[in-house]
Design a protein around this ligand. Sequence first.
Ligand code: PMP
Length: 414
Amino acid sequence: MDVFEDLESNVRSYCRTWDTVFARADGSRVYGEDGRGYVDFFSGAGALNYGHNNPLLLRPLLRYLESGAIVHSLDMKTQAKRRFLEAFRDLVLIPRELDYKVMFTGPTGTNAVEAALKLARKVTGRHHVLGFTNAFHGMTLGSLSVTGNSMKRRGAGIPLNNTSSIPYDGYLPPGTDDLIWLRQILADSGSGVDKPAAVIVETVQGEGGLRAARAAWLHDLSEVCRAHGVLLIVDDVQAGCGRTGTFFSFEPAGITPDIVCLSKSISGYGLPLALTLFRPELDLWQPGEHNGTFRGHNPAFVTATAALETYWADTGLQERVAARTAELREGLEEIAGWSDGAQVRGRGLLAGIFYPDTRTAARIARQSFAAGLLVETSGPESEVIKVMPPLTISAEDLATGLDLLAGAATTATR
Ligand code: PMP
């Protein structure tokens, strides 16, 4: 009897492409209970930027758990939370001259987005929020309402109100029509859309096909929002925490979003943690107005602090990510060159290949698994093969993974 088949809901997904029972993992390698090893070009959908079971994070976690310290604490003050807040201030905010309040919003990315949307509405007194086509922000009703994926939206079973999608054109070459819909809505020239409280954006669409917005487009977006008193929310749940080469993915654009959502790799170890950051003037919350049982996950604070202290106290990680990014790009360009119309997309170690034949990427993902590589697809029709190795992957493991991907692509496109 297969307890997964018999007991688990039909909604399960990853286990269908990767039909094995996973048993252990180490860095950028994962092993099935049958002993088969896989190179991990998936990184827990971006939750494992520092690899699996990273010993530099595991040791402080084990010490903490064995010391009898606090594990669960809602939003009480704890020593682990104090250390995290100090590290976040000293290693993330101050070096980037960012002045944000930190709100612990719950275990998972969608919680950070819900809090961001609610705060934007509360602060502006307006209810409409603009999201972008193909965006992905989460599966609870607020975040789903700004998610541009009709299959997932239909699942809500009710109308998702108070939001509109505008075209995500920031990945296109510069043109005169940049942000035309946003400009029209804000000028209220017959758009029929209420003035929004906020615009929510991913700098790279992680689930929506790896389109990466140009820095200048993000800059324009920020300026247009500011000029009209509309808050800019950057959802950095997937692209943040170093994934694109800088701690926040918006840094190269030189913008300071009003609100930022972080989750996935902020705990560093795959433990659930989500934060919403916002400009101090926006902190209009009343005590207890937005809460949750798992706002204070102290083991996650411990690994998050260790990750910041280990990887963000100097620039060593960023240099390594830049080197791996160049190697990945070169490998992907070569593979893309074998198929007409294939195109490398993404930024940093959030990259992949778009295939015009929408069946190709899924075929490559299946072939990759058979060959010993975990790699996912992305995009509305799963038309993009998505490569997201741990930021800490060695040059050797990256090369091995790229070889496996090249072999799978050759078989799948034959
Ligand atoms: N925002 C973005 C950009 C995401 O990629 C995701 C998850 N893929 C979410 C929000 C939702 O996060 P979670 O699944 O942890 O709720």
